[in-house]
Design a protein. Structure first.
Length: 462
């Protein structure tokens, strides 16, 4: 799947989707420092940056299946003024929607701060969802915490997944199940030359003695707490164990204790906390520490986007395999289009066999179709039904095509054959016009009449 990286920042979203198996075809970013880091991280020199998305002509963009963007959050953040749509940055979402409509993009992933859920008593969220709905998308959203997706950061963000309405698969939803934290604090806080400076230490001691913190805890007691995270970004001191508070842009003041010494969280470490692998982080050695801190604070968490990307691909498996041409392990000729797939699945073609075979919609998990082509046009067609339907016919193993259904060789299915492709498209197909082929393994398939017909129609190749 191809995607375009809008509001790219340093490309944490890009990396997450690439780790999910997708391919980036372009990006858009205007911050010069972020552009430099993006280039270093992703080796994109020579790859076009399309710049300010508000000035992009969609017709000049390459084709892509998915749009990803962390649209500006400052206007909705509880840490900002929460000016929302009154701020120019709050209008970026509408420019993104315009691109979605112009390109007829199949899918999107959007990210913003948790504060969007409550901004203007929830009205802002409703407006955004309504605009995306009107643009032709089914939208699911959720607030996710980064510490449930590979890193111990308490970052909470709202994520939207959009699917163009004509591509929605009935009865399925995006799986938001957490993947779990895998990295520990010592694995991420790895720098050695980051002891707090004398000047900052004096500031920190004064901070401990302000009217809010006075008498609560002494410096020497803090230094005994190995890998405690010390947050001075608010007036009151906050200590965290086995977790790191949300990284933010333009907010210094995160410290930690290692080997009995107070240290400053570095930009490199902040990148690791956002899920960038160490080999990527090493590419940014020439970037100023303060710039890296700001960029990491603005970034998405890589592991969260990877999980969402994989979840979207999992959701789409029903349609993806019907768009492929299979190899010679399959009884598939030329696979038809999504529209014809919809005929089969959405118009419930299998209902035509309901009386004679006692099949219900609940019995069918998903559908694949085949057709054959000869000099006279499409002269044979059929349907693979996967799910409980196979168990009704005691089908234990089916190896019609081992690439279907997550490469599982033990997937169960029933195959229906019809005489003409047009009959398959007809939702009132008489049951008497159908032949049933129950497949238990590929060897039996090769002995079946339908196999020879398919083989002959495709010039000896299936």
């Amino acid at each position: 799947m191809k995607f375009f990286d809008f509001c790219a920042g340093i490309g944490a979203g890009r990396l997450g989707l690439e780790k999910a198996g997708m391919t980036c075809v372009g990006y858009s970013e205007i911050n010069r420092s972020a552009i430099k880091s993006y280039g270093l991280l992703h080796n994109v020199y020579g790859e076009k940056n399309y710049g300010n998305l508000t000035k992009i002509n969609p017709e000049e963009l390459p084709d892509f299946d998915l749009l990803i963007a962390g649209f500006p959050c400052q206007t909705f953040s509880v840490m900002g003024r929460q000016e929302g749509f009154n701020d120019e940055r709050g209008q970026i979402i509408y420019h993104l929607i315009s691109i979605l409509k112009a390109k007829r993009t199949k899918y999107f992933i959007l990210e913003n701060v948790k504060g969007l859920t409550t901004h203007d008593d929830g009205k802002t969220l409703k407006i955004i969802l309504s605009a995306l709905e009107e643009a032709g998308y089914h939208v699911e959203y959720n607030v996710l915490t980064s510490m449930n997706y590979g890193v111990p950061q308490m970052r909470q963000r709202i994520y939207f997944v959009g699917i163009r309405k004509d591509l929605v698969v009935d009865g399925r939803n995006i799986d938001w199940t957490p993947t779990g934290a895998t990295k520990t604090i010592p694995e991420l806080l790895i720098d050695e030359n980051n002891e707090i400076s004398k000047t900052d230490l004096e500031y920190f001691i004064a901070y401990l003695n302000n009217k809010t913190n006075q008498g609560k805890i002494k410096l020497e007691d803090i230094l005994k707490k190995e890998y405690v995270i010390v947050d001075t970004r608010q007036s009151d001191l906050r200590l965290y164990y086995n977790r790191i508070p949300t990284l933010r842009s333009f907010r210094d003041g995160l410290y930690y204790v290692k080997n009995g010494k107070l240290r400053v969280l570095t930009g490199r470490e902040a990148m690791l906390v956002q899920g960038f692998p160490i080999d990527y982080v090493e590419r940014t050695r020439d970037v100023e520490n303060r710039d890296l801190l700001q960029q990491a604070g603005n970034a998405m968490t890589v592991g969260v986007i990877e999980a969402i990307g994989k979840s979207l691909l999992k959701y789409l498996k029903r349609e993806e395999y019907v768009e492929k041409t299979y190899d010679n392990n399959a009884i598939v000729g030329v696979v038809k289009t999504r529209d014809q797939y919809d005929y089969c699945f959405k118009k419930n073609i299998y209902y035509t066999y309901k009386k004679t075979l006692n099949i219900s919609a609940d019995d069918v998990e998903y559908v694949a179709m085949y057709q054959t082509k000869s000099a006279f046009g499409y002269d044979d067609a059929g349907v693979f039904l996967f799910g409980k339907v196979a168990k009704k016919y005691n089908v234990k193993r089916s190896e019609i095509h081992y690439n279907i259904a997550d490469n599982k060789r033990d997937e169960e299915c029933v195959v229906f054959q019809v005489e003409k492709w047009e009959n398959l498209e007809n939702p009132i197909l008489p049951s008497g016009n159908a032949k049933i082929l129950i497949a238990t393994n590929f060897d039996k398939i090769k002995k079946a009449k339908i196999y020879n017909e398919l083989l002959e129609a495709n010039g000896g190749r299936i």
